[in-house]
Ligand binder design. Structure first.
Ligand SMILES: NC(=O)c1ccc[n+]([C@@H]2O[C@H](COP(=O)([O-])OP(=O)(O)OC[C@H]3O[C@@H](n4cnc5c(N)ncnc54)[C@H](O)[C@@H]3O)[C@@H](O)[C@H]2O)c1
Ligand SMILES: O=C(O)C(=O)C[C@]1(C(=O)O)C=C[C@@H](O)C=C1
Length: 360
């Protein structure tokens, strides 16, 4: 266990997916965490799960992390600033301009507040979805404003670094424009793609492979949360969607008569544009992921996954993550396993020596 930067205690308000993940990550570094939530059930689950303890009179948190839905973020930040005059406060809401504007309107003491946003999450909320390693290697934006300097908010930087995330400084405006493109519009497109499936025939749905699953994973996200996020960042999201509508029209036109002169070139240019865009992403899973993955082909027979995991254990390699892919009717499953990068070469060779087929 490395030394932590934060001294603590850290108070976490809202212990759903984000709050519980922050709590678990900090507890893993022995930092004292104090939990609060409007839902007694969520609070109980997060405590039982090991994310921290309940609040007590006389608590003096160094830092408060507000992890509640966007529409109540400013209200709760204002309340916490008033209740704990010695604490620095941040929030993790997915939009940054709206909460800051509301705090200004409320006359809150924002000289102790900077909003932040980890670009890490899952499509499923609630404390049971919390993960201590959720933030490792992920960008975490700190959205500055002129009532506080970064130096005064050092505890927020410490939080981000203690949780293994990558600190990114930007203004709230830059943040909201950026996430419209890389997070909010992707959610909309994923939703629309998945919505197309609601009336589809089972025979078509049975053909779904990993491509569709990759682009529709976040369509399973919580509508209540996303109504708030999209509403609070409507203009930037709308602007990207308008450009996207032009893109769609161009693609539709290019397919109108595939035999027409130049039609194939137009389609090829669109596809090449996609290649160029995806190549600009910093790593498949975001920046600096700590783990490398490899894919092992597994025969569709009872006990095969157990045998693979046992072999990995015997080779003394720690499995960091496991993802199984299996299409209906296929005789082969694909196990994507994530391990530390330095273990990949040896594991590949030794698993191959034990008869496993490595797909990549
Ligand atoms: N889900 C993601 O992937 C993700 C990623 C990054 C940031 N965020 C942001 O994090 C915040 C929390 O999202 P989440 O996914 O953890 O949601 P969640 O639904 O899992 O958790 C929210 C928690 O806040 C509690 N809560 C609601 N109103 C409250 C109030 N007034 N006072 C105290 N507690 C209250 C709820 O009971 C719940 O436990 C949101 O602002 C969201 O924009 C979410
Ligand atoms: O990967 C997911 O499931 C997410 O929900 C992640 C994601 C994102 O778009 O990157 C979604 C919204 C949050 O504000 C931050 C992260």
């Amino acid at each position: 266990m490395g030394k932590s930067r934060l001294v603590g205690p850290v108070r976490i308000v809202g212990v759903g997916l984000l709050g519980t993940s922050v709590g678990l990550g900090l507890r893993g570094r022995q930092i004292e965490t104090i939990l609060a939530d409007a839902s007694p059930t969520n609070l109980r689950i997060a405590i039982d799960y090991g994310a921290g303890r309940a609040a007590a009179p006389g608590d003096l948190p160094q830092l408060i992390v507000v992890c509640v839905p966007p529409d109540v973020t400013a209200e709760i930040v204002a309340r916490e600033l008033e209740a704990y005059p010695g604490a620095i406060v941040t929030d993790v809401a997915s939009v940054k301009l709206a909460p800051l504007a509301e705090l200004r309107e409320r006359g809150a003491d924002i000289s102790r507040y900077i909003g932040s946003h980890p670009l890490a999450g899952r499509e499923k909320g609630g404390p049971l979805s919390g993960r201590a390693d959720l933030f490792i290697g992920r960008p975490w934006v700190v959205a500055a404003h002129d009532a506080i300097s970064y130096q005064q908010a050092g505890a927020i930087d410490d939080l981000i670094l203690d949780l293994g995330a990558i600190l990114v400084e930007m203004t709230p405006e830059e943040h909201d424009l950026g996430v419209a493109l890389v997070s909010h519009v992707p959610q909309v497109i994923s939703t629309l793609m998945a919505r197309r499936l609601t009336g589809a025939a089972h025979s078509s749905l049975n053909l779904a492979g990993q491509g569709l699953r990759d682009v529709t994973r976040v369509a399973a996200s919580d509508p209540d949360l996303w109504v708030q996020i999209l509403g609070a960042n409507a203009k930037p999201v709308r602007d990207v969607l308008l450009a996207y509508r032009d893109d769609l029209d161009r693609f539709i036109d290019a397919l109108e008569d595939p035999a027409a002169p130049g039609a194939q070139r137009k389609v090829a240019e669109e596809l090449a544009g996609g290649n160029a865009g995806v190549a600009r992403l910093p790593g498949k899973h975001g920046q600096d992921r700590r783990f490398s993955s490899m894919v092992v082909m597994v025969n569709d027979q009872p006990g095969q996954i157990a045998r693979l995991l046992n072999d990995i254990g015997e080779l003394n390699v720690n499995l960091e993550d496991l993802r199984l892919e299996h299409s209906p009717g296929a005789q082969i499953g694909l196990a994507e396993i994530s391990v530390l990068p330095e273990a990949v070469t040896r594991l590949t060779e030794e698993l191959a020596a034990r008869g496993w087929r490595i797909a990549g």
